[in-house]
Design a protein around this ligand. Structure first.
Ligand SMILES: Cc1ncc(COP(=O)(O)O)c(C=O)c1O
Length: 361
Protein backbone atom coordinates (compact mmCIF):
# COMPACT_ATOMS: atom_id res chain seq x y z
CA UNK A 1 0.00 0.00 0.00
CA UNK A 2 1.28 3.47 -0.75
CA UNK A 3 -0.60 6.56 0.28
CA UNK A 4 0.15 9.92 -1.28
CA UNK A 5 0.20 13.34 0.33
CA UNK A 6 -3.20 14.57 -0.82
CA UNK A 7 -3.47 18.37 -1.23
CA UNK A 8 -6.97 18.24 -2.72
CA UNK A 9 -9.30 21.09 -1.78
CA UNK A 10 -12.19 18.73 -1.13
CA UNK A 11 -13.08 15.97 -0.87
CA UNK A 12 -9.81 16.04 0.98
CA UNK A 13 -7.43 13.91 2.99
CA UNK A 14 -8.77 12.22 6.11
CA UNK A 15 -6.53 11.31 9.05
CA UNK A 16 -4.97 7.88 8.49
CA UNK A 17 -5.92 6.82 12.01
CA UNK A 18 -9.56 7.54 11.20
CA UNK A 19 -9.43 5.52 7.99
CA UNK A 20 -7.86 2.63 9.88
CA UNK A 21 -10.54 2.79 12.53
CA UNK A 22 -13.26 2.77 9.86
CA UNK A 23 -11.60 -0.28 8.32
CA UNK A 24 -11.38 -2.07 11.65
CA UNK A 25 -15.01 -1.33 12.51
CA UNK A 26 -16.42 -1.86 9.04
CA UNK A 27 -17.71 -5.42 9.18
CA UNK A 28 -18.77 -5.52 12.79
CA UNK A 29 -19.35 -2.20 14.52
CA UNK A 30 -18.88 -2.68 18.27
CA UNK A 31 -20.46 -6.15 18.27
CA UNK A 32 -23.52 -5.13 16.24
CA UNK A 33 -22.61 -7.74 13.62
CA UNK A 34 -23.00 -5.17 10.86
CA UNK A 35 -21.41 -1.98 9.59
CA UNK A 36 -22.64 1.51 10.44
CA UNK A 37 -23.84 1.78 6.83
CA UNK A 38 -26.24 -1.08 7.36
CA UNK A 39 -27.80 -0.21 10.70
CA UNK A 40 -30.97 1.69 11.52
CA UNK A 41 -30.54 5.34 12.39
CA UNK A 42 -33.15 4.73 15.09
CA UNK A 43 -31.20 1.96 16.80
CA UNK A 44 -29.07 2.27 19.92
CA UNK A 45 -25.72 2.06 18.14
CA UNK A 46 -26.42 4.97 15.84
CA UNK A 47 -28.09 6.96 18.61
CA UNK A 48 -24.83 6.72 20.54
CA UNK A 49 -22.79 7.81 17.49
CA UNK A 50 -25.06 10.82 16.93
CA UNK A 51 -24.99 11.86 20.56
CA UNK A 52 -21.23 11.46 20.96
CA UNK A 53 -20.37 13.28 17.73
CA UNK A 54 -22.52 16.25 18.64
CA UNK A 55 -21.07 16.47 22.11
CA UNK A 56 -17.50 16.21 20.77
CA UNK A 57 -18.13 18.93 18.20
CA UNK A 58 -19.67 21.15 20.88
CA UNK A 59 -16.63 20.62 23.05
CA UNK A 60 -14.14 21.31 20.24
CA UNK A 61 -15.82 24.53 19.14
CA UNK A 62 -17.07 25.51 22.61
CA UNK A 63 -20.58 25.85 21.22
CA UNK A 64 -22.76 27.74 23.72
CA UNK A 65 -25.82 25.94 25.12
CA UNK A 66 -28.28 28.21 23.29
CA UNK A 67 -27.15 26.91 19.89
CA UNK A 68 -28.46 23.85 18.06
CA UNK A 69 -26.05 21.63 16.15
CA UNK A 70 -27.55 20.01 13.04
CA UNK A 71 -26.14 17.32 10.74
CA UNK A 72 -27.78 17.90 7.37
CA UNK A 73 -27.38 16.84 3.75
CA UNK A 74 -26.93 18.50 0.38
CA UNK A 75 -23.52 19.98 1.10
CA UNK A 76 -22.85 23.63 1.82
CA UNK A 77 -24.59 24.54 -1.44
CA UNK A 78 -27.95 23.40 -0.04
CA UNK A 79 -27.43 25.94 2.73
CA UNK A 80 -26.90 28.71 0.16
CA UNK A 81 -30.68 28.34 -0.34
CA UNK A 82 -31.58 27.20 3.17
CA UNK A 83 -30.07 30.31 4.76
CA UNK A 84 -32.43 32.82 3.09
CA UNK A 85 -35.36 30.38 3.28
CA UNK A 86 -34.93 29.92 7.03
CA UNK A 87 -34.05 33.49 7.91
CA UNK A 88 -36.18 35.72 5.67
CA UNK A 89 -39.65 36.44 4.45
CA UNK A 90 -39.73 37.02 0.66
CA UNK A 91 -39.69 40.83 0.88
CA UNK A 92 -36.73 40.97 3.30
CA UNK A 93 -33.19 42.04 2.49
CA UNK A 94 -29.98 40.28 3.47
CA UNK A 95 -26.46 41.74 3.38
CA UNK A 96 -23.68 39.74 1.72
CA UNK A 97 -19.95 40.33 1.58
CA UNK A 98 -18.34 39.17 -1.63
CA UNK A 99 -14.76 37.97 -1.24
CA UNK A 100 -14.61 35.52 -4.13
CA UNK A 101 -16.11 32.60 -5.96
CA UNK A 102 -17.88 30.90 -3.04
CA UNK A 103 -19.44 34.12 -1.77
CA UNK A 104 -20.58 34.80 -5.31
CA UNK A 105 -22.30 31.44 -5.45
CA UNK A 106 -24.00 32.07 -2.11
CA UNK A 107 -25.15 35.47 -3.35
CA UNK A 108 -26.50 34.12 -6.63
CA UNK A 109 -28.56 31.52 -4.81
CA UNK A 110 -29.82 33.94 -2.14
CA UNK A 111 -31.09 36.31 -4.84
CA UNK A 112 -33.62 33.65 -5.80
CA UNK A 113 -35.26 33.94 -2.37
CA UNK A 114 -34.75 37.44 -0.99
CA UNK A 115 -33.33 40.85 -1.76
CA UNK A 116 -29.57 40.95 -1.52
CA UNK A 117 -27.47 43.98 -0.70
CA UNK A 118 -23.77 43.76 -1.39
CA UNK A 119 -22.40 45.25 1.81
CA UNK A 120 -18.85 44.95 0.48
CA UNK A 121 -17.13 43.52 -2.57
CA UNK A 122 -13.42 42.79 -2.96
CA UNK A 123 -13.69 42.93 -6.75
CA UNK A 124 -11.39 45.95 -7.08
CA UNK A 125 -8.53 43.91 -5.56
CA UNK A 126 -9.19 40.98 -7.90
CA UNK A 127 -10.49 39.17 -4.80
CA UNK A 128 -7.05 39.10 -3.27
CA UNK A 129 -8.04 40.77 -0.03
CA UNK A 130 -10.86 41.28 2.49
CA UNK A 131 -12.46 44.73 2.57
CA UNK A 132 -12.04 46.52 5.94
CA UNK A 133 -15.28 46.48 7.86
CA UNK A 134 -15.22 50.29 8.12
CA UNK A 135 -15.91 50.39 4.35
CA UNK A 136 -18.95 48.10 4.44
CA UNK A 137 -22.40 49.51 3.76
CA UNK A 138 -24.99 47.69 5.83
CA UNK A 139 -28.76 47.65 5.27
CA UNK A 140 -30.61 48.88 8.35
CA UNK A 141 -32.71 45.94 9.62
CA UNK A 142 -31.13 43.39 7.29
CA UNK A 143 -32.31 39.86 8.05
CA UNK A 144 -28.67 38.79 8.36
CA UNK A 145 -25.13 39.49 7.18
CA UNK A 146 -23.45 36.64 5.30
CA UNK A 147 -19.72 36.16 4.78
CA UNK A 148 -17.30 33.44 3.73
CA UNK A 149 -14.50 33.31 6.32
CA UNK A 150 -12.25 31.35 3.96
CA UNK A 151 -12.48 31.44 0.17
CA UNK A 152 -11.33 27.97 -0.80
CA UNK A 153 -10.51 28.83 -4.42
CA UNK A 154 -8.94 32.27 -3.97
CA UNK A 155 -7.13 31.33 -0.76
CA UNK A 156 -8.39 34.45 1.02
CA UNK A 157 -9.21 34.25 4.73
CA UNK A 158 -10.83 36.85 6.95
CA UNK A 159 -8.38 38.13 9.56
CA UNK A 160 -11.32 39.30 11.69
CA UNK A 161 -14.88 38.32 12.60
CA UNK A 162 -17.30 40.92 11.24
CA UNK A 163 -19.55 42.77 13.68
CA UNK A 164 -22.90 43.64 12.09
CA UNK A 165 -24.63 46.68 13.59
CA UNK A 166 -27.68 46.50 15.84
CA UNK A 167 -27.56 42.81 16.63
CA UNK A 168 -28.17 41.70 13.04
CA UNK A 169 -27.25 37.99 12.96
CA UNK A 170 -23.96 37.05 11.33
CA UNK A 171 -24.05 33.99 9.04
CA UNK A 172 -20.82 32.26 8.01
CA UNK A 173 -19.97 29.65 5.39
CA UNK A 174 -17.11 28.02 7.28
CA UNK A 175 -16.81 25.09 4.84
CA UNK A 176 -13.07 25.26 4.33
CA UNK A 177 -11.79 26.58 7.64
CA UNK A 178 -14.02 25.08 10.33
CA UNK A 179 -12.02 23.26 13.01
CA UNK A 180 -8.73 24.66 11.69
CA UNK A 181 -8.52 26.97 14.71
CA UNK A 182 -10.80 28.07 17.56
CA UNK A 183 -13.65 30.38 16.59
CA UNK A 184 -16.01 32.44 18.67
CA UNK A 185 -19.33 30.79 17.89
CA UNK A 186 -21.20 33.34 20.02
CA UNK A 187 -20.31 36.10 17.54
CA UNK A 188 -22.37 34.25 14.93
CA UNK A 189 -26.06 33.56 14.45
CA UNK A 190 -25.45 30.71 12.04
CA UNK A 191 -22.35 28.75 11.05
CA UNK A 192 -22.49 26.11 8.34
CA UNK A 193 -19.80 23.96 6.79
CA UNK A 194 -19.72 21.29 4.13
CA UNK A 195 -17.95 18.28 5.59
CA UNK A 196 -15.49 17.28 2.89
CA UNK A 197 -12.51 19.32 4.07
CA UNK A 198 -11.98 19.26 7.82
CA UNK A 199 -14.94 17.14 8.92
CA UNK A 200 -15.46 14.00 6.84
CA UNK A 201 -17.15 12.66 3.71
CA UNK A 202 -18.84 14.94 1.18
CA UNK A 203 -22.59 15.48 1.22
CA UNK A 204 -22.86 16.07 4.95
CA UNK A 205 -23.13 19.64 6.18
CA UNK A 206 -22.86 20.73 9.78
CA UNK A 207 -24.97 23.69 10.85
CA UNK A 208 -24.82 25.56 14.14
CA UNK A 209 -27.71 27.91 14.72
CA UNK A 210 -28.65 30.16 17.63
CA UNK A 211 -32.01 28.99 18.95
CA UNK A 212 -33.77 32.35 18.77
CA UNK A 213 -33.23 32.41 14.98
CA UNK A 214 -35.30 29.29 14.43
CA UNK A 215 -38.73 29.97 12.98
CA UNK A 216 -37.88 33.30 11.35
CA UNK A 217 -38.23 31.99 7.81
CA UNK A 218 -41.13 31.15 5.60
CA UNK A 219 -43.81 28.54 5.98
CA UNK A 220 -42.86 26.55 2.91
CA UNK A 221 -39.20 25.74 3.61
CA UNK A 222 -38.70 22.18 2.31
CA UNK A 223 -38.77 19.81 5.27
CA UNK A 224 -35.21 18.55 4.87
CA UNK A 225 -33.92 22.13 4.65
CA UNK A 226 -36.02 23.40 7.53
CA UNK A 227 -33.75 24.07 10.50
CA UNK A 228 -36.65 24.20 12.96
CA UNK A 229 -37.88 20.76 11.92
CA UNK A 230 -34.31 19.44 11.85
CA UNK A 231 -33.68 20.73 15.35
CA UNK A 232 -36.96 19.33 16.67
CA UNK A 233 -36.01 15.87 15.34
CA UNK A 234 -32.33 15.78 16.30
CA UNK A 235 -31.44 16.07 12.58
CA UNK A 236 -33.46 12.94 11.82
CA UNK A 237 -36.91 13.82 10.44
CA UNK A 238 -35.77 11.51 7.65
CA UNK A 239 -32.80 9.17 7.24
CA UNK A 240 -29.60 11.13 7.86
CA UNK A 241 -26.29 10.50 6.06
CA UNK A 242 -25.43 7.90 8.69
CA UNK A 243 -22.02 6.78 7.49
CA UNK A 244 -20.76 10.31 6.84
CA UNK A 245 -22.00 11.36 10.25
CA UNK A 246 -20.18 8.42 11.87
CA UNK A 247 -16.93 9.33 10.07
CA UNK A 248 -17.34 12.96 11.15
CA UNK A 249 -17.63 11.71 14.73
CA UNK A 250 -14.36 9.78 14.37
CA UNK A 251 -12.66 12.90 13.01
CA UNK A 252 -13.88 14.91 16.02
CA UNK A 253 -12.43 12.28 18.36
CA UNK A 254 -9.15 12.34 16.42
CA UNK A 255 -9.04 16.12 16.76
CA UNK A 256 -9.54 15.85 20.50
CA UNK A 257 -6.65 13.38 20.66
CA UNK A 258 -4.47 15.92 18.79
CA UNK A 259 -5.11 18.34 21.64
CA UNK A 260 -8.12 20.22 20.25
CA UNK A 261 -8.27 23.37 18.19
CA UNK A 262 -5.48 25.36 19.86
CA UNK A 263 -3.04 22.55 19.16
CA UNK A 264 -4.22 22.06 15.59
CA UNK A 265 -4.05 25.80 14.99
CA UNK A 266 -0.35 25.84 15.96
CA UNK A 267 0.33 22.98 13.60
CA UNK A 268 -1.66 24.66 10.82
CA UNK A 269 0.33 27.87 11.29
CA UNK A 270 3.59 25.92 11.11
CA UNK A 271 2.47 24.18 7.90
CA UNK A 272 1.25 27.36 6.20
CA UNK A 273 4.34 29.27 7.20
CA UNK A 274 6.67 26.65 5.67
CA UNK A 275 4.84 26.88 2.35
CA UNK A 276 4.27 30.65 2.17
CA UNK A 277 7.88 31.34 3.15
CA UNK A 278 9.13 29.00 0.44
CA UNK A 279 6.88 30.66 -2.16
CA UNK A 280 7.87 34.19 -1.14
CA UNK A 281 11.60 33.39 -1.00
CA UNK A 282 11.61 31.59 -4.36
CA UNK A 283 11.37 34.46 -6.83
CA UNK A 284 9.74 31.77 -8.98
CA UNK A 285 6.43 30.81 -7.39
CA UNK A 286 3.87 33.46 -6.56
CA UNK A 287 0.85 33.68 -4.25
CA UNK A 288 -1.44 36.58 -5.20
CA UNK A 289 -3.18 37.13 -1.85
CA UNK A 290 -2.56 40.16 0.38
CA UNK A 291 -0.32 38.93 3.24
CA UNK A 292 -2.81 39.75 6.02
CA UNK A 293 -5.57 37.74 4.32
CA UNK A 294 -3.71 34.61 3.30
CA UNK A 295 -5.57 31.42 4.00
CA UNK A 296 -4.27 28.95 6.53
CA UNK A 297 -5.96 26.13 4.64
CA UNK A 298 -5.77 26.82 0.89
CA UNK A 299 -2.60 28.13 -0.71
CA UNK A 300 -2.92 28.96 -4.41
CA UNK A 301 0.29 29.66 -6.29
CA UNK A 302 1.42 30.13 -9.85
CA UNK A 303 4.56 29.26 -11.77
CA UNK A 304 6.21 32.00 -13.85
CA UNK A 305 5.03 30.33 -17.05
CA UNK A 306 1.73 28.43 -17.22
CA UNK A 307 3.28 26.13 -19.82
CA UNK A 308 5.26 24.57 -16.97
CA UNK A 309 2.08 23.59 -15.11
CA UNK A 310 1.64 20.15 -16.65
CA UNK A 311 5.27 19.28 -16.10
CA UNK A 312 5.01 20.44 -12.48
CA UNK A 313 1.92 18.33 -11.86
CA UNK A 314 3.37 15.23 -13.51
CA UNK A 315 6.54 15.45 -11.44
CA UNK A 316 4.49 16.06 -8.30
CA UNK A 317 2.41 12.96 -8.97
CA UNK A 318 5.60 10.92 -9.35
CA UNK A 319 6.82 12.31 -6.04
CA UNK A 320 3.59 11.18 -4.34
CA UNK A 321 2.10 14.68 -4.13
CA UNK A 322 -1.51 14.65 -5.33
CA UNK A 323 -4.35 17.12 -5.80
CA UNK A 324 -2.21 20.20 -6.54
CA UNK A 325 -3.98 21.42 -9.66
CA UNK A 326 -5.66 24.80 -9.07
CA UNK A 327 -9.40 25.22 -9.48
CA UNK A 328 -10.46 25.20 -13.12
CA UNK A 329 -11.76 28.76 -12.85
CA UNK A 330 -8.40 30.21 -11.81
CA UNK A 331 -5.75 27.75 -13.02
CA UNK A 332 -2.29 27.55 -11.47
CA UNK A 333 -1.68 25.38 -8.43
CA UNK A 334 -3.34 25.10 -5.06
CA UNK A 335 -2.14 23.23 -2.01
CA UNK A 336 -4.83 22.61 0.59
CA UNK A 337 -3.40 22.10 4.03
CA UNK A 338 -6.38 20.84 5.99
CA UNK A 339 -6.00 19.33 9.45
CA UNK A 340 -5.21 15.84 8.15
CA UNK A 341 -2.19 17.06 6.16
CA UNK A 342 0.93 16.43 8.25
CA UNK A 343 3.84 18.87 8.38
CA UNK A 344 5.94 16.23 6.62
CA UNK A 345 3.60 16.49 3.61
CA UNK A 346 4.19 20.23 3.34
CA UNK A 347 7.94 19.74 3.73
CA UNK A 348 7.86 17.15 0.93
CA UNK A 349 5.96 19.60 -1.27
CA UNK A 350 8.45 22.39 -0.60
CA UNK A 351 11.39 20.08 -1.35
CA UNK A 352 9.75 19.12 -4.65
CA UNK A 353 9.03 22.78 -5.52
CA UNK A 354 12.65 23.73 -4.87
CA UNK A 355 13.93 20.87 -6.98
CA UNK A 356 11.53 21.79 -9.80
CA UNK A 357 12.70 25.40 -9.68
CA UNK A 358 16.36 24.30 -9.78
CA UNK A 359 15.64 22.38 -12.96
CA UNK A 360 13.33 24.81 -14.69
CA UNK A 361 13.94 28.19 -13.12
C1 LIG B 1 -16.34 27.87 0.99
C2 LIG B 1 -17.19 26.83 0.31
N1 LIG B 1 -18.52 26.98 0.33
C3 LIG B 1 -19.33 26.09 -0.26
C4 LIG B 1 -18.84 25.00 -0.93
C5 LIG B 1 -19.79 24.05 -1.59
O1 LIG B 1 -19.84 22.85 -0.89
P1 LIG B 1 -20.66 21.62 -1.46
O2 LIG B 1 -19.98 21.20 -2.72
O3 LIG B 1 -20.56 20.62 -0.36
O4 LIG B 1 -22.05 22.05 -1.72
C6 LIG B 1 -17.46 24.80 -0.97
C7 LIG B 1 -16.92 23.62 -1.68
O5 LIG B 1 -15.76 23.45 -1.90
C8 LIG B 1 -16.62 25.75 -0.36
O6 LIG B 1 -15.29 25.61 -0.39
Amino acid sequence: MSRVYNFSAGPAALPLEVLEQIRDELLDFHGAGMSVMEMSHRGRHFAAIAQQSESDLRELLAVPANYKVLFMQGGASAQFAAVPLNLTKPSACADYVNTGIWSTKAITEAKRYCKVNLAADAKASGYSTVPQQAEWVFTPDAAYVHYTPNETIGGVEFPFVPLPPGGVPLVADYSSSILSRPIDVSRHGVIYAGAQKNIGPAGLVVLIVREDLLGRGREDVPTVMNWTIMAAHDSMPNTPATFSWYVAGLVFQWLKRQGGLHAIESLNHAKASVLYSAIDASGFYRNPVAPGCRSLMNVPFTLPDARLDTLFLEGAAQAGLAGLQGHKLVGGMRASLYNAMPLAGVQALVAYMQEFQRRHG
